[in-house]
Design a binder for this molecule. Structure first.
Ligand code: SF4
Ligand code: SF4
Length: 316
């Protein structure tokens, strides 16, 4: 099949069949506005120790450097919102995205199926699948393809699903029908800026200083957590959901239907004492195959110790 609108329609249909929540398609051009913004952000050192953000700069802003002759970027959303919560409200907290099986594994399989489907329908095309695994400006592409806007908390917000969504992409050398961006709906709201306990979001929003963000401090950061963040972690020991929890657009988020993302009861049941006493063996049993292993036992213990050393009133 070589009819542009016909194949675009088939790809959309197949993406939904595979379980993706939404799909948006953009023309694969150099992201010139994002290029300026990224340079400014890197110059400020807001990427902290994430050197990979600096590397392959050209690949980040130019999809043809990733797939020669790239014509289209297909952005896909995968809902991970759940009403499930850790039962004890005073326990140490893990970000929702890490409750279940590692999303990279779940989504990559589906992306490869979609790529295979496109190849079967169109013949010999070139393409690559990305899920948080290569220098792709995922939020910028999703916004460009009308899947939402980048909010003041710097996350992609979809009008109907909110922001508890994983992003992934296919870059292919086939022309498709493209979507238009949507306008921002943050308006005068400043809830995420006001709620962030470490003031990681700039005063006017849309810029995040990773060196202050609990997500960075508890996951990517390999050193000690700076003492200035003591009493500011809001009991988070892996990631942080505060700037999403307060966002009014997440009122519309619906429960995901991915059984792989279901949390273990034993994890939901953990009280702060269970975290304080967690052994390496228990860590492996509880978190094998989940994003939490990224921090490794040593990193999680560091985070637990740091939060434990905070003032008592954080727990009560
Ligand atoms: S994830 Fe937490 S620490 Fe990071 S910007 Fe959001 S509220 Fe602030
Ligand atoms: S909390 Fe308000 S300002 Fe922040 S991202 Fe959501 S709508 Fe935008």
């Amino acid at each position: 099949m070589n009819n542009k609108s016909g194949i675009t329609h088939l790809i959309r249909k197949e993406a939904k069949r595979l379980g993706f929540s939404e799909i948006g398609i953009s023309k694969a051009v150099r992201l010139t506005d994002e290029e300026k913004r990224l340079k400014k952000w890197l110059d400020k050192g807001y990427h902290a120790s994430m050197d990979y953000m600096e590397n392959h700069f050209d690949k980040r802003v130019d999809p043809s450097k990733l797939v020669p002759g790239a014509k289209s970027v297909i952005s896909l959303l995968y809902n991970y919102y759940t009403e499930k919560k850790q039962y004890d409200k005073n326990t140490l907290k893990v970000s929702k995205y890490a409750y279940g099986r590692d999303y990279h594994k779940v989504i990559k399989k589906k992306l490869n199926s979609l790529l295979k489907f496109i190849k079967e329908k169109t013949g010999d095309i070139n393409g690559r699948a990305f899920v948080d695994s290569a220098p792709v400006l995922e939020k910028a592409w999703a916004a460009k393809s009308g899947l939402g806007w980048i909010g003041k908390n710097t996350l992609l917000i979809n009008k109907y699903m909110g922001s508890y969504i994983f992003l992934s992409e296919l870059i292919i050398d086939l022309e498709l029908i493209y979507d238009e961006p949507v306008s921002s709906h943050c308006g005068n709201c400043t809830r995420c800026i006001d709620a962030c306990p470490t003031e990681a979001i700039s005063k006017s929003g849309y810029e995040l200083d990773s060196t202050k963000c609990i997500s960075y401090l508890t996951i990517e950061n390999k050193g000690d957590i700076p003492v200035i963040f003591q009493n500011k972690m809001a009991n988070y020991i892996f990631g942080c959901d505060i700037c999403q929890d307060v966002c009014p657009w997440n009122r519309f988020a619906g429960e995901h239907s991915e059984s792989d993302f279901a949390p273990k009861e034993e994890f939901l049941n953990m009280k702060k004492e269970d975290w304080f006493n967690i052994s390496e063996e228990k860590f492996k049993i509880l978190f094998y195959g989940t994003p939490v292993v990224r921090a490794k036992y040593k990193g999680l213990k560091r985070n637990i110790k740091f939060v434990k050393s905070s003032k008592k009133d954080q727990f009560d």
